[in-house]
Structures are given as C-alpha cells and as structure tokens.
Ligand binder design. Sequence first.
Ligand SMILES: Nc1ncnc2c1ncn2[C@@H]1O[C@H](COP(=O)(O)OP(=O)(O)O)[C@@H](O)[C@H]1O
Ligand SMILES: [Mg+2]
Length: 362
Amino acid sequence: MEFLELKNLTKIYQKDIVAIDNINLTIHDGEFLVLLGPSGCGKTTTMRMIAGLEEVTKGDIILEGKRINDLRPKDRGVSMIFQSYAIWPHMTVFENIAYALKLKKMDKAVIKEKVLEVAKKASIIDYINRYPTQLSGGQRQRVAVARAMAVEPKLFLMDEPLSNLDAKLRVSMRTDLKEVHNELGATSIFVTHDQAEAMSLADRIVVMNTGTIEQIGSPNDIYHDSRTMFVANFIGSPSTNFIDVEIIEKGGKYFAKNDAFIFELDSKFNEGISKYIGEIVVLGVRPENFALVSNDNEKLFDLDVILIEPQGSHSIVVGKLLGKQMKIVTSKVFDLNSKGNMKVKIDGNYFIFDKNSEKRIY
Ligand SMILES: Nc1ncnc2c1ncn2[C@@H]1O[C@H](COP(=O)(O)OP(=O)(O)O)[C@@H](O)[C@H]1O
Ligand SMILES: [Mg+2]
C-alpha cells in the first residue's frame, strides 16, 4: 500500500480556472517529496487539497489506503506550515507549541514533556519562554515547525516555509528541516519555486508546470535526465543552453548543424533522430558540459564573450552564439575584463529536443 496517492486530481476554480489538471502522484512512507515549479503552477492548490482546506473538483486523495476527500482537515492527520509562519504573537514559544496539544485534552505533564522534546529538536529550547516579537525570523519559523511536529502528523505539508527568510538563513534552515525530517521520519511534502532548495532537500522532486506534472525523479535524475525543455531550463543555474540545429545524415551517421558548427551525434540517438532528417531540433547543453579549448582542431565554435561572472570556485562565461546568449561554467579563473572570442567544445552530456513538443528525443 502506498502512503499517499493522488489519483486524477483536478481543481477548477470559478468554473474555468484549471489550477490542477488531472495529476497522478504517489508518495512513499517516510519520503521527503518536493513540489517544484514557477509561481502559479498549482503547488499551493495541491497542498491545500491534501490538507482539506480546498475542495477537490475531481479525483481522489488516498491516505494509507483510505479515501480522505470528504474528511475534515482536523481528522486527516495532516499538519501544514505556510509561507507566513502563523504563530500567535500573544503566546510564548511554549504556549504556541502546546496549543494544539491542549486542544487534544492531553495531560498537562505529558504536554510539557512533548513541548520540551520538540523544542529541543528544533533548537529553540533556549527561547521557550519568549514571545514571537523577541525572536528572529528564523527562530519564529522553527517555532512553526516545532508546533506542527508536536502533534505528530502522519503527513507534514510545508508551503514555501523558508521564503520569508534571508538568503543565508534559508540555506541553514534547509539543512535543519532535513535533519528534523530524518529524525522524525514523518512523510513530508515541501513546496518551493527555488530549484536549488528542491535539489538539496528532496528524496524525489515533482516538477510542475501550469497545473500538470512535467517530471518526477530524484534530484540527479531530474538534472541529468531532464525529459522536457521546461525541466532542462528550470533546473540548474545557470540553466541549460538551447541551440537550434538541423539534423543531417551522411553515410549512416547523424549530424547537428547550424551556421556556426556541425558535429556528429552520439550513435545512441540514431534511432530516435532518423525521422528528423532535414528538420530543426533543439540541442540542449548544460553550462558545465561545454569546455574551453586552446586548440583550433578541438573547437566546435568560437564564442563571442561579453562578460565573465566570477563565482569564486568557478567562473561563468557569458557570450553570444548566432545572436543568442550562452553561458558556460568553467573552473578556469579569468580577468574580469576578458572579452573577445573563446574556443568552445561540447564536453559531456547533451540533450536533443523536439522543437514542437519540447520533449526529449532519444
Ligand atoms: N482562490 C482562488 N480562486 C481563483 N483562482 C485561484 C485561487 N487560488 C489560486 N488560483 C489560481 O490557480 C492557479 C494555481 O495557483 P497556486 O496553487 O496558488 O499556485 P502556486 O502555489 O504554484 O504559485 C493560479 O493560476 C492561481 O491564480
Ligand atoms: Mg503557492
């Protein structure tokens, strides 16, 4: 039995706003699943339906084998944390965490023990008697996490819980959240529009686009085996370079050609590419899969370099090819003002996409 299943789940707002369009998704017990996608793709809607805060238009939500569509939020065993951490300003940290337990009419001593336990796990035990105004944003967010944890939910939903924090705190809270998850073993669904956050937290990532699922996989799958242009573009920073090429065939071999270069495609593409002869397809190359070379024999094309973005551990070379911007990641260190032509080759994996469907050609 799967822990949670979304079956043909659909949400239509106001008769014709299709927020979620017939998605199917299975979540394993103990998993940390991340819903990733741009603003408006339906992440919050999905979470709210699971939590019972939004009516389902069509489809089923099945938790531990039981259809929960019609259960009230409080009967689902689901806890949700929102972007704006709603902790009560007039209660101390202790009271905030204890609140839901009191509602459950738990014994006072048991409540105290429980609160102290989760406060320790969330590293807020030192502030247990403070009010929210006496806490930093990160500490308040931990209180929200601790409060949700205290009720021991079967399922823990987090909707962009880190997005109100500054950049540095986001990164450290990320690690903390993952630790808390590992410690508690609660199944978690985490929503973000930040691909780096998704990559570092997820067991599996669900990439969403306008109410549909583009791809589901481990962070490495999604990155190295992106199935669509949308995924190749959305995941990774800088994102994948897309270059239009024509497919030509010569003596049983296939080549990708444009006005700047021609190169022979790996034979693994032979079968998929044969029906594209004479057509334009899209070559997708991640920035680190280009290499700078010094030798004319090795180069695939000259890149007209516009500027260098130093990143300390590596550099991003920004240039133009056939009028389009391209980014290359290299371990070389450059003078900031380096400009002019640099010789470039493909050195590693690349994708080929159908220009119309934007899906991978294998
Ligand atoms: N209460 C609502 N009424 C009408 N449309 C809504 C409502 N809530 C969300 N939407 C629409 O549904 C789509 C998905 O929204 P949402 O789930 O909030 O996306 P995300 O969380 O990925 O940013 C958007 O087009 C949004 O405008
Ligand atoms: Mg949202």
